[in-house]
Design a protein around this ligand. Structure first.
Ligand code: SAM
Length: 261
């Protein structure tokens, strides 16, 4: 039988390869695919501000910030006195952040960042936690990075997504996304007081646009599938939605606010 450590290392490498392929390729289309609309971003970002109890004096870290869609919208609503610290391992994603934005980009893995010295008031992790393997250790590190009264906010899409995807992709999301109950417990074990809220946003988007997003592997779970699985999946979707022009679905986000008392 294979040594479980060897197995874990091999799987870890495979996952990293998927993410490298995914984010380097997606960077150019990321905002085009995932911004959806100013209203969508505002609904999510205003809830972030509320859950982070964000005020102008705070130092905010956006861990796994990508192109900083959410920090940029937060900055339109709260005049932070210090630049947002935007951390992401992919320079291709950070390159999309406007040069004149009050955001300090740091090209670094989120787990590595959590080990570095520094004290912050608020940390946002949106749709990134499933890319970090040792979450218990990450939360313990981030607990030590927060000032007393500080907040770590996870905004997270759970495994059971309600997207109009094909079956294989829906199944893959179930193992690819992190379980929010597990995250809740891991945060508590790291010493946080945790509050759980959620946002349900109803999307209505043209079918052709959504199909293009799927074809372009807009979610990393899709990049884990091979060419044939993706092709067959698109055929399945075309058949299923042949009489529909606008796809309507709910985007559910858990907001886990972890407070350092
Ligand atoms: C789904 S995107 C979310 C981006 C952004 N937070 C947003 O909501 O638009 C996931 C982000 O996690 C980043 N990422 C992947 N692995 C990471 C890691 N180990 N540490 C920190 N960020 C990571 C990716 O580069 C990508 O920008």
């Amino acid at each position: 039988m294979e040594n479980p450590l060897v197995q874990e290392r091999r799987d870890g490498n495979d996952i990293r390869r998927v993410l490298d392929t995914h984010y380097v390729r997606l960077a150019n289309d990321y905002d085009n695919f995932l911004y959806y609309s100013p209203r969508f971003v505002r609904v999510l970002s205003s809830k972030m501000i509320e859950q982070l109890r964000l005020n102008e004096d705070d130092t905010l870290v956006d861990l796994g910030c990508g192109t900083c869609i959410y920090s940029l919208d937060i900055l339109k609503q709260v005049a932070l006195k210090r630049p947002v610290i935007g951390v992401d391992p992919y320079a291709e994603m950070l390159a999309k952040v406007p040069d004149d934005a009050p955001i300090r980009p740091i090209v670094m893995d989120g787990f590595e960042f959590s080990k570095e010295e520094g004290i912050y008031d608020k940390i946002l992790i949106k749709e990134t936690i499933h890319h970090i393997a040792d979450r218990s250790k990450l939360f313990a590190n981030l607990h030590a990075r927060l000032a007393p009264g500080g907040v770590l906010l996870l905004v997270h899409v759970p495994p059971d997504v309600q997207y109009p995807l094909f079956q294989k992709a829906l199944e893959r999301c179930r193992s690819w996304h992190a379980d929010p109950h597990e995250l809740f417990e891991q945060l508590q074990r790291a010493g946080f007081r945790v509050q759980w809220n959620s946002v349900d946003f109803p999307h209505a988007i043209p079918k052709e646009r959504y199909f293009k997003m799927v074809e372009g592997c807009y979610m990393s779970a899709l990049t884990t599938l091979n060419e044939h699985e993706l092709h067959d999946g698109l055929v399945e979707m075309k058949l299923k939605y042949k009489d529909v022009e606008i796809l309507e679905f709910i985007d559910h986000f858990d907001y886990l606010a972890a407070i350092r008392d």
